[in-house]
Ligand binder design. Structure first.
Ligand SMILES: NC(=O)c1ccc[n+]([C@@H]2O[C@H](COP(=O)([O-])OP(=O)(O)OC[C@H]3O[C@@H](n4cnc5c(N)ncnc54)[C@H](O)[C@@H]3O)[C@@H](O)[C@H]2O)c1
Length: 438
């Protein structure tokens, strides 16, 4: 395939070398004359394991050329990869100057190019940038239409500096954000051979995936370091601890607890987090990330409550009261916090939870109800149907097949449904549906 690569930094130079190695004809475009000259001579513009050989082979193979002329790059290729920098400004915002300027240049090139072209954005850009900034600029300067004369898609780059050639050949996933089958097929031809899943999604989702991955990596490193500092202060071997944490592939290194949903609660997570924060304080160990976990959880509960209150309705039906489906444990349940807040606001609240039978509750659970929400028994109904019939707002905090069936059968167009559990049958519900964070 004839490929052009715009921006020959870490991402662009590795892609240029690897695509040429894989048999494609590649033209690299950059404004930096030093980088262009190095590549012409078969040298590498970046220090990376394996790059010297890769670039020497690229130069001798006769399939690589470089230029500083964007027009030339677009003319000589069918597909362009955009790998220019998107650095942070001093206030943290993303500086899109380079990618906007480049969009203008390739737009002008498209004005005179005959034939279809695919632009693949590989620079990290926040969701909406491709559709709201890049596409309009290219359309304006080319006078042509996205989805017709050309396609712009987004493919997040997952390589890490230091192991970028290995990562290029062995990515965790290939993610392509596009709604164009033509563009998808071009990318399948280029990357379909890689030993990983090839996932096609919307452009916005693909843009967000890159951020979610990088933020998750930052979060993981900080978590391990905060557990490290806590362990050190308590004379515990932090490597042994984290090694065992990582060996649990059922609850720890797994999709568990990684689905957007409602706030966490229950008798263990908040209690143990608070206990460890108390130890940290006593031992003068600063753990700012862990110290803010409960604050974030409270913000999540407040967000759900605000969503309900802003609807301005009086009659609220809360489905679920325990802290998660499949238990009657009410301690530290975020749904109890919600119920309390609605009672405080004088709203007409009804609660249905088939797993919580107040008459049968004993011990700590019963004490919790009596001390925290003593009127709970009078607010609980045994009939999900009657709750659904009376409520203006339905809050679904329990994932249960029988409840879902009642909702599918009985929900009405005039009701607001706030989903805390990602209802599988959401498309079959009537009413004004809203997910808590989706
Ligand atoms: N470095 C990484 O490991 C990595 C990994 C994944 C994603 N990314 C993302 O990829 C993008 C590129 O990162 P990088 O580290 O390769 O950047 P870099 O700063 O090393 O390289 C960017 C290159 O783009 C060139 N450039 C700027 N404007 C240009 C224009 N109009 N025409 C042609 N060339 C132009 C610059 O001269 C420079 O050589 C960023 O958005 C980054 O966030 C980087």
């Amino acid at each position: 395939m004839n490929v052009s690569i715009f921006g020959l930094g870490y991402v662009g130079a590795v892609s240029l070398g690897c695509l040429a190695r894989d048999g494609h004809v590649v033209v690299g475009v950059d404004l930096d004359q030093t980088k262009l000259e190095l590549i012409r001579q078969g040298a590498t513009p970046i220090i990376e394991e394996g790059m010297e050989t890769l670039m020497r082979d690229a130069a001798t193979g006769g399939r690589v050329d470089v230029t500083d002329d964007a027009m030339d790059g677009v003319q000589r290729s069918d597909v362009s990869f955009v790998c220019v920098g998107t650095p942070a400004r001093s206030n943290g915002s993303q500086d899109l100057t380079a990618i906007r300027r480049l969009s203008e240049q390739v737009g002008k090139a498209m004005k005179v190019k005959t034939g279809y072209h695919v632009f693949v954005i590989r620079s990290t850009v926040f969701p909406g940038t491709v559709e709201d900034s890049i596409v309009p600029i290219i359309e304006e300067h080319s006078g042509k239409k996205n989805g017709q004369d050309f396609d712009v898609c987004f493919q997040p780059e997952f390589l890490r500096e230091g192991s970028s050639i290995k990562d290029y050949d062995n990515p965790p996933l290939t993610v392509v954000g596009t709604d164009s089958v033509r563009a998808e097929n071009v990318l399948r031809d280029l990357f379909g051979h890689l030993p990983c899943e090839f996932i096609v999604t919307s452009i916005r989702t693909a843009e967000m995936v890159k951020y979610a991955c990088n933020i998750f990596h930052a979060l993981k490193a900080t978590f391990a370091n905060e557990i490290g500092r806590l362990s050190q202060a308590m004379l515990v071997d932090s490597h042994a601890v984290m090694d065992m944490v990582c060996r649990d592939t059922r609850l720890n290194i797994s999709p568990a607890y990684l689905r957007p949903g409602f706030a966490f609660g229950g008798s263990c997570l908040p209690k143990d987090l608070k206990a460890m924060l108390y130890v940290a304080k006593n031992k003068d160990v600063s753990v700012p990330m862990l110290a803010n976990v409960l604050t974030s959880n409270t913000v999540h509960i407040d967000h759900a409550i605000e969503t309900v209150l802003s609807a301005g309705k009086k009659s609220i039906g809360l489905i679920g009261l325990s802290f998660k489906s499949g238990t009657d444990d009410l301690r530290e349940s975020p749904l109890v916090v919600m119920a309390e807040r609605f009672i405080g606001k004088g709203l007409d609240l009804q609660i249905y939870d088939p797993e919580v039978n107040v008459a049968r509750l004993m011990g700590a659970n019963r004490r919790f109800i009596e001390e925290t929400i003593p009127h709970i028994a009078s607010l609980m109904t045994k009939s999900c149907e009657s709750l659904v019939e009376k409520a203006d707002v339905l809050i679904v905090g329990l994932n249960d097949a029988a409840i879902m069936e009642v909702l599918v059968q009985q929900s009405r167009d005039d009701q607001i449904i706030l989903d805390l559990v990602n209802i599988p049958q959401k498309d079959r519900l009537r009413g004004n549906y809203q997910g808590v964070c989706w």
